[in-house]
Design a protein around this ligand. Structure first.
Ligand SMILES: Nc1ncnc2c1ncn2[C@@H]1O[C@H](COP(=O)(O)OP(=O)(O)O)[C@@H](O)[C@H]1O
Ligand SMILES: [Mg+2]
Length: 367
């Protein structure tokens, strides 16, 4: 039987159910429904790997369709602008009524379109991205539709990202009915400040994409486990949810391994859960934590390891003593790691890991 499995741990797919994101979705859709040119029509979703940014973009695309948006979703790279135009043409075509006239619409041609959202050869050749995008917006506006651009894995060092940003800004200035939602890693987003031309991205509403409420994970597990054929007790369901700490990728991984371990009708007990936790942790290490740690300098990494010695939040003064460094040096490490989205400050004078499970990875690194 080839039914889709319930738990599918990987990047960029659509979860069986999008847990705990109602507030984010509401903020974004409110923004999409605000007046033309409003700053809330540009949104930046910021979060670590595996937090569910791509899953959110997919959901936003769907929600937007219900409020008259034609959507194109691209990954930020040096060929995204061409893709954007093509995707908008494909998604928007069905809303455009072609003139029934037998003569191939001269007037339509004069406006730059031969039929639907296909440009005339001349328009195709002579116009750049910004004009093409504006033409598509205008044409879709005639059909009562507006344009939503979704950009995943935003990186300000990509030239086409900067071109898109300035085109968007100009279109907004011309009252085009357009919105943009972007998603990126905290490190990429903090890099935006280094580019003067990206000021508009700075003004976009920033929405952090963080851990899910554990209670919602538990609620989801309690029905999803039985759908996935996982035989277990309420106590194990609760324990499994607590273990994930609401990290979406881990929510999928734990479910995935539990369904493997319960194959053949085996009941999942505490030892099976412990086994699933071990397997999931290994995968998180290689798919998430290694990539997170890789760009760090040895010194930042040492600071992070010092944080990992505490079980909860770390006190900055204690960290300074532990590492034998000055207050100023500690502040430099703190800022860099906050910019990278690896730690945050839960209270004044304290820092903690954004993904709690990173602590055990860091401790294991020294073994
Ligand atoms: N809100 C959520 N509820 C349940 N699963 C989720 C949620 N968000 C993401 N996932 C799952 O977690 C994994 C990682 O999500 P993804 O969107 O690829 O993360 P990111 O783009 O932030 O790296 C995927 O398997 C995805 O289906
Ligand atoms: Mg992603």
């Amino acid at each position: 039987m080839l039914t889709k499995p319930i738990f599918r741990p990987s990047f960029g797919n659509r979860p069986d159910q999008l847990i705990g994101r109602d507030d984010v979705l509401e903020k974004v859709t409110d923004g999409l429904q605000s007046y033309r040119g409003s700053a809330e029509r540009a949104t930046l979703l910021v979060g670590q790997r595996g937090m569910g940014k791509t899953a959110l973009l997919l959901e936003i695309g769907d929600k937007a369709a219900a409020i008259d948006y034609v959507t194109a979703r691209v990954t930020c790279n040096e060929s995204m602008l061409e893709n954007l135009i093509e995707l908008l043409q494909r998604a928007g075509e069905k809303f455009i009524k072609n003139p029934t006239s037998s003569i191939k619409g001269f007037s339509a041609g004069a406006l730059g379109f031969s039929f639907g959202l296909t440009f005339t050869e001349e328009a195709q050749r002579s116009f750049g991205f910004r004009v093409k995008l504006e033409m598509i917006c205008e044409k879709l506006a005639e059909a009562g539709k507006r344009v939503l651009i979704l950009v995943d894995e935003v990186s300000p060092s990509v030239a086409q990202m900067r071109e898109l940003a300035s085109a968007y800004q100009e279109l907004v200035g011309n009252e085009a009915d357009i919105s943009i939602v972007m998603a990126g890693l905290p490190s990429a987003i903090s890099d935006i400040l280094n580019y003067k031309t990206l000021t508009f991205l700075n003004r976009a509403q920033r929405i952090p994409v963080g851990l899910l409420p554990v209670s919602e994970v538990e609620l989801y597990y309690s029905t999803a486990f039985s759908r996935a054929g996982i035989n277990t007790t309420a106590a194990i369901v609760k324990q499994a949810a607590i273990y994930t700490k609401g990290f979406p990728y881990l929510v999928q991984l734990i479910g995935y391994y539990l369904s493997k371990l319960s194959e053949g009708g085996k009941t999942v007990d505490a030892s099976a859960l412990a086994q699933a936790e071990r397997l999931a942790a290994e995968e998180i290490d290689s798919k998430v934590f290694q990539a997170m740690i890789n760009p760090l300098s040895d010194k930042d990494l040492d600071f992070l390891k010092a944080i990992a010695q505490d079980s909860g939040a770390s006190n900055m003064t204690v960290l300074e003593k532990r590492m034998g460094i000055t207050h100023g040096t500690a502040q430099t490490y703190r800022k860099r790691l906050i910019d990278a989205g690896i730690i945050f400050s839960p209270r004044r004078g304290e820092v903690a890991l954004v993904i709690p499970q990173l602590a055990s990875y860091l401790r294991r690194m020294n073994e």
